[in-house]
Write a protein that binds this ligand. Structure first.
Ligand code: ADP
Ligand code: MG
Length: 243
């Protein structure tokens, strides 16, 4: 008989991410995250900010189940990530889109193929791919660039391809780890506006960033980490100056 997955009752309405007393220590050095409590509801837009080394990427990796917690409790989309079976991880990750600072595109494939690849992994039919890829490329403003290889694109365009690839499988949560870290101010704004638009269409969006100006202007929830501890978590927050 199948055993049902046990779930803890959600602490907030429509909770999609629950970290309760989470700590993460690597084998060397001080713990990267200490007693983190973070609850995110379906459909939220959250900035994660903090100095370099404060634990932002570690947090993203825990959410992806790329890393496991050292202690505490972590639940993402109903999956208890301390207990998830290895064979269930790919199914779990299908509901996550991820974007990195350095784009991570396939260098020898063109724009269309980079995005189509994400659909092939989840065995979408060619018919669906031919419908979905152009549609998402239009959303990110790359309708005329199907045939270009990554090296023929600007940084901003490459990040749009990465964003299209992250979105084409219609993830429940989009995670972005410093997505504008390699971009100029204009392209940074354009990518952030796209992330906002994606969020307005229902996707939960979590963005790690150092971009003080954008964080202050966008008036979203802001979670600030300092040396592995959440020192502030504010609705319509701003960038806290480190002293
Ligand atoms: P951020 O993304 O905010 O810059 P990280 O999460 O990458 O911070 O790192 C948090 C802390 O954990 C830092 O002190 C960093 O040196 C350490 N750290 C990160 N990854 C590893 C690792 N693989 N092994 C050991 N220590 C690590
Ligand atoms: Mg980082």
């Amino acid at each position: 008989m199948a055993v049902k997955r046990k779930r803890k009752s959600p602490a907030v309405e429509n909770e999609i991410i629950n970290l309760t007393n989470v700590s993460k220590a690597y084998s060397t050095g001080a713990p990267a995250l200490k007693d983190v409590n973070l609850h995110i509801s379906r459909g939220e837009f959250v900035f994660i900010v903090g100095d370099s080394g404060s634990g932002k990427s570690t947090l993203i990796k825990l959410l992806l189940r790329e890393l496991t917690i050292s202690s505490g409790y972590i639940n993402v989309m109903g999956y208890d990530l301390s207990k998830i079976k290895h064979r269930k991880i790919p199914k779990f990750r299908r509901n996550l889109g991820i974007v990195f600072q350095d784009f991570r595109l396939l260098k020898d494939r063109n724009v269309y193929e980079n995005v189509a690849f994400a659909q092939r992994i989840i065995q979408k039919s060619n018919k669906e791919i031919k419908k979905n890829v152009p549609s998402i490329l239009a959303i990110v403003g790359l309708a005329g660039k199907y045939k270009a290889k990554p090296r023929q694109l600007s940084g901003g365009e490459q990040q749009r391809v990465a964003l299209a690839r992250a979105l084409v499988n219609q993830p429940t949560i989009l995670l972005a780890d410093e997505p504008t870290g390699n971009l100029d101010p204009k392209n940074s704004w354009e990518i952030m506006k796209l992330l906002e638009q994606i969020n307005e269409n229902g996707t939960t969006v979590i963005v790690v960033t150092h971009n003080r100006e954008i964080v202050n202007a966008m008036q979203k929830r802001v979670v600030t980490l300092r040396r592995g501890v959440i020192i502030s978590d504010e609705e319509k927050g701003g960038y806290i100056d480190e002293d």
